[in-house]
Design a protein. Structure first.
Length: 394
């Protein structure tokens, strides 16, 4: 037995989260793609079966009330809230992340007022945020400037209305300084909108603690909600009365069944709703969130850092020297829950890894991306992934 195999065994034996693997449907594949699509929680199939057969099939329209369908967006928002450090009543679930970026950013610009004519966007952002920000700027008559998160403090000024940032860089896994950047944005009198897609469920976010204004995120990655599961929108409580949605649909009306001609927004988190909630996906997500019962996000973070540290150690041991280069920061304070390795023929290497039962993903042009979901990835998985990587690198 190699030294690293022994170490993996010791780390797995001491892992306080090790037992959580039973809450998922897993096989002998090493699944390091939970930062794209989380694994299936074991309780979800039966829960979805109940939603389809009993709630829809038997109760039909009655389920909007009796099965709690109507209030699902806020109820599930409250279930996500502790995972991102938010008190109840500030998160609503629904729509895609892209749509919520649009709502949040336009609302932030409207809150900032007419005098502020510039939006800053993370130049390294996942593309959808950049596209939406460009359209939001055109619609609101503001200019858009793309700057890296490190450049944000120097770019802020009296003109800044809102800043749209990614908490963790989807390509490199770099964790940005949410508390520091949010404080800098506030000092300039602007509003901070954070995209939490790659941090929620992987590390503590502290939305309330750090005074974040607005935030969005998806639920199909580290929250394991399933393919296309709905996203969420956080609006800090004291801003809710000023949240002027650019998509004021009937389900965010103060009196949705009043069928009024004039729009009057609901109070609280429901103000972020738009149209009829996608109940099947939403209730699959609600069931999926049960895997978090009794799990602290701090424990998840501690294991995540141990997993990524160990992966880096194993890659150094198994990969031919100089063949791959980590583009993920070594400092814990700057690392999300993934390791990204730059490699010339990354696309072919990932195909060979997948053939050998190690699933990560490839991000153009040259990045091998490995995501570590502490709820179901163990240290033996990590050692095996790095060993197979060493074997498939030509
Ligand atoms: C940071 C970030 N924002 C947004 C998205 C996607 O948004 P949507 O849920 O609208 O597809 C992703 C998807 O991977 C992402 O990584």
């Amino acid at each position: 037995m190699s030294e690293l195999t022994r170490k993996a065994g010791e780390l797995d034996a001491a892992d306080p989260l090790g037992g959580l693997r039973d809450r998922f449907v897993l096989d002998d594949v090493v699944y390091l793609d939970g930062n794209s699509l989380g694994a299936l929680p074991a309780n979800v199939p039966a829960a979805v079966d109940d939603v389809v057969r009993r709630q829809w099939g038997a109760l039909r329209i009655r389920s909007w009330e009796e099965s709690g369908w109507w209030t699902a967006p806020e109820r599930i928002g409250d279930r996500i809230a502790p995972l991102v450090g938010a008190a109840a009543g500030q998160i609503v679930v629904g729509d895609s992340t892209s749509v919520n970026v649009f709502k949040a950013l336009v609302a932030a610009v409207r809150m900032a007022g007419e005098g502020r004519d510039e939006i800053l966007v993370d130049a390294t952002t996942f593309p959808t945020d950049g596209y939406i920000a460009e359209s939001a700027a055109r619609l609101t008559g503001r200019t858009l400037r793309a700057v890296t998160p490190a450049e944000v403090p120097g770019a802020l000024g009296e003109r800044t209305a809102a800043v749209l940032l990614n908490h963790v860089d989807y390509r490199t896994g770099r964790l940005h300084d949410l508390p520091g950047l949010t404080a800098a944005v506030h000092e300039a009198g602007a509003y901070a909108v954070w995209d939490l897609c790659h941090s929620a469920g992987a590390l503590p976010v502290g939305l309330d603690e750090h005074g974040v204004d607005l935030a969005v995120g998806c639920t199909y990655k580290y929250l394991n909600g399933g393919p296309g599961s709905p996203a969420y929108l956080y609006v800090r409580r004291d801003l809710q009365s000023r949240f002027d949605s650019p998509l004021p649909g009937w389900t965010s009306h103060a009196e949705p069944f009043g069928m009024r001609t004039a729009y009057e927004p609901a109070s609280g988190a429901p103000r972020g709703r738009v149209g009829t909630p996608d109940i099947l996906s939403m209730l699959a997500l609600e069931a999926a969130l049960e895997v978090w019962d009794g799990v602290s996000i701090e424990a998840v973070r501690a294991k995540s850092l141990a997993l990524t540290d160990f992966f880096e150690e194993c890659v150094r041991a198994f990969a031919p020297p100089g063949r791959v280069e980590s583009v993920t920061p070594a400092a814990h304070s700057e690392r999300g829950s993934q390791v990204a390795l730059r490699c010339d023929d990354a696309g072919d290497v990932m195909k060979r890894l997948i053939e050998r039962g190690v699933v990560g993903d490839f991000r153009a042009p040259d990045v091998l991306r490995f995501g570590f979901t502490p709820l179901y990835v163990g240290f033996a998985d990590v050692e095996r992934a790095a060993r197979v990587l060493g074997e498939v690198l030509p």
